[in-house]
Design a protein around this ligand. Sequence first.
Ligand code: AMP
Ligand code: ZN
Length: 481
Amino acid sequence: MGIKIYNTFTSQKEDFIPLEPDRVGFYLCGPTVYDYFHLGNARPFIVFDVYRRFLIYRGFQVKYVMNVTDVDDKIINRAQKEGVSVAEIAARYTQAFFEDMEKLGIHRADVHPKATEHIPEMIELIQKLLEKGYAYKIGGDVYFQVEKFRKYGRLSGKNLEELKAGARVEVDERKRNPLDFALWKAAKAGEPCWESPWGKGRPGWHIECSAMSMKYLGETFDIHAGGEDLIFPHHENEIAQSCAATSKKFARYWMHNGFLNIQGEKMSKSLGNFLIAREVVKRHRPEVIRLFFLQKHYRSPINYTEEILRQTANALDRLQNTLQNIEYYLKDSPQGTDVAHDQIQQGSEFSRLVQYSKREFIKAMEDDFNSAAAIGKIFEMAKEANRIMEKGELSKVDQFALADFRRMLLEYDQFLGILPGKDGLKKGEGDEDALVALLVQVREELRKKKEWSLADRIRNKLKELGYIIEDRREGSVWYKV
Ligand code: AMP
Ligand code: ZN
């Protein structure tokens, strides 16, 4: 089976056939750098980076482009409020954006084009639209005339009348249609501006993405992604401008992630209900935040609560413990090499599960990047791995399968990035932590004196309370379930 992608443009899951075999051009709308990005913004940044890395894992050569919008009303407002230059605000939050991406384990794109460094490309595009009669000038402003573009509304699945009724567009008597949008805005005092054939001014937001995506990926490219709030008007306008200018198809597959909600509402700057990603990553490991997003389908809404993040952290700890246990077992008994061929052929229940789940994992990822289902497979295998390790006495085949499971996890983590760092097992909190540690120490002493029954009683009692002790060669370790 090949890869399938749900294409917003056709409202269908489609076979993914890149324009050029084995090569993928992938564009993600990046941040507007006027503040730190919030946890909602982190969703597309994380999930689309994982999908791009999955495509690479599957053998595609991916060119991934993510813009930085560094000239915009919001940046200008912030600069005015702080009494500093627009460039200073943009530089500060561009740097913060890269720092936060790194903190969240998001790989850099191949190109991060900045809007301010692509003004000539935007001017050229606007020029073309004027020449072809899709745009008109009013004073120093240039507008795109939506009625001239027959397919306007295709992406959002609405016609012009419906869009007009639903849109909150600024009333500007000079525009021919309220939905007409600015390609170029005439300079205002105190705002950054550039020379153009229509006088000094700055580009509109939509033209930035058209110009930069086409510059780096070609006039027609494979995947264009962003949050679902960008479908209208941003992506609708990108399509109109680009197709009108080139008379060619623009992006071939449109992918949109669902919202991160908080108390039933979209997390957003304007509603004020947001959590800054760099603050959240101080409380929760990046792997936890990544798993939090990846364990849900990217098109579904996700609800944020601290409790869900804590549960996610627990699930991740269990997975980490499973991995450590596997390593412990395999260290004790060098596996694999001496497993008889017919034993492997025959397999065990666990080895069959690993083989099956491996295939199912890839199938899920190929099916519109269903990381939720894929990760579900990992947890099923981990549960079963724990069960057979608890039983003790592992057959050679099971050891072989455990090693296979471990290898597979590490391999998939090349794109998932959810395997915890090396910060050890999960502990309880504060005083509780110290008490359990003391009991574990006492038990160690008892074991040295061969007082097995008392040692076992302590271990069993702690297990009832949710603390697991594991005896290892280097001593006992414990963690909370
Ligand atoms: P912005 O900087 O507001 O343009 O947003 C950057 C990216 O984050 C865009 O792709 C948005 O669609 C996306 N985004 C914004 N808010 C949310 C949210 N609450 N949940 C998911 N994605 C979001
Ligand atoms: Zn964009």
